[in-house]
Write a protein that binds this ligand. Structure first.
Ligand SMILES: Nc1ncnc2c1ncn2[C@@H]1O[C@H](COP(=O)(O)OP(=O)(O)OP(=O)(O)O)[C@@H](O)[C@H]1O
Ligand SMILES: [Zn+2]
Length: 483
């Protein structure tokens, strides 16, 4: 039983230390959040969408709790994968970047994800060069004979603390350049130019940035030398985030560089990670043809962000059915509130409904405060929906209904799946459609009064085909909802 004592304290599970911790941003009231964005060399898939929607919901909940959140999500627009694709297709690498960044932005728009700053690597080359030079000057990096620059992992004693890999044999990376590195676990900050590749001039020779350095540079450029949340999929913990952390703490001589490291679980398909390299992806643009983006959001948020979520048509159908039920209920609740005149007093039955609504409200916040558990939060909303349908709407409980509507609004400010029902018209197509439905319902009432039941029934089934469900209540009253 949850006890009421205002909104619960927010706790987050920090990958660093593997603990649930109280959430307290470095600067009161402001949350600075950096999420690793895509390498734009192919179409965005629903596995990426899972990670971006998860951090969007985290941001939205923090905003709901009164924080100002600055959300930075980068675009990796130069990388081996981009260069390889350009060479394979005999195209300019910038064309590849343009095409797939458009696809990425389109996905963000459809999913209603609003990132504040989208920094690109190629627009920060000077800052990257300065950062690498700083690491060389401080003795954390060295220039190899080829002109590539590597981070000297031995100079940073805490290496491995984020990923929990404490043995150097687990740190091996970038095996293709073993020969010129001091140790098999050092990683590239700058990659020397090879013919046919794009390059920029640097003090140690022409080349391009390695992958990890960009996030250290761009996050600090927009969020400062220390910030609150760093996110990405769990595949990024090692080596990407381990390397980012090593570079940044070495460069800024400040700890911790990031206060909370948050990582999403994989979206899988038949138990396997959805990934371009495994060839099992569902591009977002294909998924969006089949399912409304709000259904996709609902489905992606139906699991806690840290757990694995397996793709299946059935789980999407379940999400669609849940969303339909919530939409229908909210639209009917809104109409009930327009219609019902507040009573001068609250009955005991309504008081019980108010208590139950307030309980659902608390459960929702408990769930979201407990490491942003959207799965449990959704369960509380489905419970509320049962209550609204079974008690609040039939009883025309105005006060309980207003409280329920407030909870739906808070739910939607995190899930963003019923904006149109709450803030647009309750019926698709606008007020006119709603008025037409009311007209048809009243004509049908008249038919029933005159006992012309066959026509009344066929009107009901025709409307049902259009997704408009009529409910005949004892006493002759009819209510409707769009499903
Ligand atoms: N199947 C997945 N489930 C959840 N998050 C994912 C999945 N695949 C990628 N991500 C996340 O999406 C973000 C962008 O990833 P990135 O562009 O590096 O993908 P990628 O590694 O090129 O994709 P792929 O794994 O398909 O080759 C990262 O935070 C990454 O962790
Ligand atoms: Zn990154």
């Amino acid at each position: 039983m949850i006890k009421w004592s205002g909104k619960p304290t927010i706790r987050v599970r920090n990958t660093m230390g593997q603990r649930l911790e109280e959430f307290k941003p470095l600067k009161p009231g402001i949350v600075r959040m950096y999420v690793c964005g895509p390498t734009v060399y192919d179409y965005t898939h629903i596995g990426h969408a899972r990670t971006y929607v998860a951090f969007d919901a985290i941001k939205r909940y923090l905003v709901l709790r009164g924080y100002h959140v600055i959300h930075v999500q980068n675009i990796t627009d130069i990388d081996d994968k981009i260069i390889n694709r350009a060479q394979r297709e005999n195209r300019d690498w910038r064309e590849i970047v343009d095409e797939y960044s458009r696809d990425y932005f389109d996905m963000l728009k459809k999913l209603n994800i609003k990132v504040h700053i989208h920094p690109r690597v190629t627009e920060h080359i000077k800052e990257i060069i300065d950062f690498i030079q700083g690491l060389i000057d401080k003795g954390y990096a060295y220039v190899a004979p080829s002109g590539s620059v590597y981070f000297n992992v031995d100079a940073y004693p805490e290496y491995g603390s984020l990923s929990g890999r404490f043995h150097p044999e687990d740190w091996r990376q970038e095996e293709d350049v073993l020969r010129e590195k001091k140790n098999p676990y050092d990683f590239a900050l700058w990659k020397a130019w090879r013919p046919g590749e794009p390059y920029w001039e640097a003090p140690w020779g022409r080349g391009r940035p390695g992958w990890h350095i960009e996030c250290s540079v761009m996050s600090s450029r927009y969020l400062g030398e220390q910030f609150d949340i760093h996110g990405g999929g769990q595949d990024l913990i090692f080596p990407h985030h381990e390397n980012e952390k090593a570079q940044s703490e070495a460069y800024f001589s400040k700890k911790p560089w990031v206060k909370y490291w948050l990582h999403t679980g994989y979206l899988t398909i038949r138990g396997e990670k959805m990934s371009k390299s495994l060839g099992n992806i569902i591009p977002f643009r294909e998924a969006a043809k089949k399912w409304n983006p709000s259904v996709l959001r609902m489905w992606l948020l139906s699991a806690h962000y840290r757990t694995q979520l397996d793709f299946s048509e059935e789980s999407l159908a379940q999400a669609e059915a849940n969303l339909r039920r919530i939409r229908g209920t909210v639209s009917e609740l809104t109409r009930m509130l327009e219609r019902a005149t507040p009573e001068g007093r609250i009955s005991d039955d309504e008081l019980k409904a108010i208590e139950d609504t307030s309980h659902a409200y608390l459960e929702f916040h408990e769930a979201m405060s407990n490491d942003f558990n959207t799965a449990a939060a959704l369960a509380s909303i489905l419970k509320l929906t049962r209550l609204v349908n079974s008690t609040i709407i039939p009883g025309e409980y105005y006060t309980a209904g207003m409280l329920a509507l407030r909870l739906y609004e808070e739910f939607n400010s995190v899930f963003s799946v019923i904006d149109d029902v709450l803030y647009g018209s309750a019926a698709p197509g606008g007020e006119t459609v709603e008025k037409l439905i009311e007209l048809i319902v009243s004509v049908r009432q008249e038919l029933r009064k005159r006992r012309i039941y066959d026509i009344a029934d066929s009107i009901r089934s025709e409307l049902s085909q259009l997704g408009i469900r009529l409910y005949d209540h004892p006493g002759g009253k009819t209510t409707w909802r769009i499903e």
